[in-house]
Design a protein around this ligand. Structure first.
Ligand code: 3MF
Ligand code: MG
Length: 433
């Protein structure tokens, strides 16, 4: 057992009165919300990459963090895993997430990558058995290595497609072995830099076939988790093919996968796409493809994907409202795809960042549940569409323009606009947040 977080206790729920910064004020795993434990609603996951693999670099400067596990040997990888599990346990989060590249050093061939991934998968399995930690999702990093600079599935070179497909196979094997609840695909390089050298039609077809193969493989090995696509409009590519939820849905329909694949929606990606987080969640729910969330925000001024921990209760409340309205998570959960600011050097910063984020989410969830229980918002929504709950309105949708025109004349239909009542509804929400 490592002692990287020396002197920091295991965090517990102590309530709003506590003086301790290493405690939860709102996240009480056993508290019952709408008949379900808070922990089972939120299903928190801690990510491996930003916490243990990212060195603190930004576009203008390199490493700021100095961690004893930074290095490219298997010994470093095991130390990293031990510290990761030390942190997961201090925080009491039930799940974690990883890319292959986070847990094993890069090898010089596919065979070496495979051997190292297998070894580290066994190592993580042992830590999971000891601690009871579970895997929310596994994924392949198909964007950092230079071989992927022009895409993975959408690369003009079929050998890159092959390397990426083989990598997804071994990463899905690892996720399956660890009992992962989901398998995520984020296509960071599946887009283009310039249209001048890009065959859009071909690249989209390659991506569709790649996803079909991933779905086929899931069934072949009996992996029971959900396959998730994580939409993002741009960064690193200029235009990413999985732009937003609507684009992903069209893509899934096109390749016959809308019943097989769902979405992992990230707050920051929604903002980059010009949407609100709750818009993306509500749309995914209405299309039947809501899967999981990455609960990390952007800096609203810089317009970059800054992956900051959530800290605005009203925003988080509206997000969980859509999740609760959709019936809650099934295999999904709340992953913090969030990183420290690069000046936050101390081990304590890692713990406090997550503790704060978990408390903000707990407050958001409680507010969302209170709005649902109050019922005023849903009653107002239902009242707004009440006219559609009549036999005449139902049969109109089965008729045609001629028939409708005749009825408008016969019944002298001349609708009067009614108030949308937006401010009243905003006031109602603000009573709870
Ligand atoms: C990039 C992301 C990714 C994905 C991850 C899993 C590195 O903006 O959000 O994090 O979450 O690759 O798909
Ligand atoms: Mg993400």
């Amino acid at each position: 057992m490592t002692d990287f977080f020396h002197g920091i206790p295991t965090l517990r729920f102590e309530g709003v009165e506590t003086e301790s910064e290493f405690a939860f004020r709102h996240y009480d795993p056993d508290a019952r919300i709408l008949g379900k434990r808070m922990e089972d609603h939120l299903r928190f996951a801690i990510c491996y990459w930003h916490n243990f693999a990212w060195p603190g670099s930004d576009p203008f400067g390199g490493q700021t963090f100095q961690r004893p596990w930074f290095g490219d040997t298997m010994e470093h990888a095991r130390l990293k895993a031990d510290v990761a599990f030390e942190m997961f346990q201090k925080l009491g989060a039930p799940f974690f997430c990883f890319h292959d590249a986070d847990i094993r050093p890069e090898g010089d061939s596919f065979a070496q990558n495979t051997a190292r991934l297998r070894e580290m998968t066994d190592y993580l399995q042992a830590r999971m058995e000891e601690t009871g930690l579970q895997l929310l999702w596994g994924t392949a990093n198909l964007f950092s290595h230079r071989r992927y600079m022009a895409g993975a599935a959408t690369n003009p070179d079929p050998n890159v497609f092959a390397f990426a497909a083989a990598t997804v196979k071994i990463c899905m094997d690892a996720t399956h072995q660890l009992g992962g609840e989901n398998y995520v695909l984020w296509g960071g390089r599946e887009g283009y830099e310039t249209l001048l050298n890009t065959n859009l039609r071909r690249e989209r077809e390659q991506a569709g076939r790649f996803l079909q193969m991933a779905v086929d493989y899931k069934h072949k090995i009996g992996f029971a988790g959900t396959i998730l696509i994580e939409p993002k409009p741009q960064e690193p590519t200029k235009h990413q093919y999985d732009y937003d939820v609507a684009t992903v849905y069209g893509f899934l329909k096109d390749f016959g996968l809308e019943g097989e694949v769902r979405v992992n929606i990230e707050q920051g990606h929604a903002i980059l796409a010009g949407h609100s987080f709750e818009h993306e969640l509500a749309l995914a729910a209405s299309l039947g493809i809501l899967g999981s969330i990455d609960m990390n925000r952007n800096d609203y001024q810089s317009g970059w994907d800054t992956d900051q921990f959530p800290n605005a209760v009203p925003e988080v409340a509206l997000a969980y409202y859509e999740i609760l309205r959709a019936g809650g998570f099934t295999t999904g959960g709340t992953n913090f795809d969030a990183k420290l600011r690069r000046q936050s050097l101390d081990p304590a910063d890692l713990i406090l960042a997550h503790a704060g984020a978990m408390d903000i989410c707990a407050r958001g969830l409680k507010a969302a549940a209170a709005i649902l229980e109050d019922g005023g918002l849903e009653a107002a929504r239902a009242a707004r569409y009440a006219g559609w709950e009549t036999p005449a309105a139902h049969s109109m949708l089965r008729s045609d323009l001629d028939t409708i025109a005749e009825r408008v004349i016969a019944e002298e239909i001349n609708p009067e606009p009614v108030s949308g009542g937006q401010e009243r509804l905003e006031n109602l929400v603000n009573r709870f947040v």
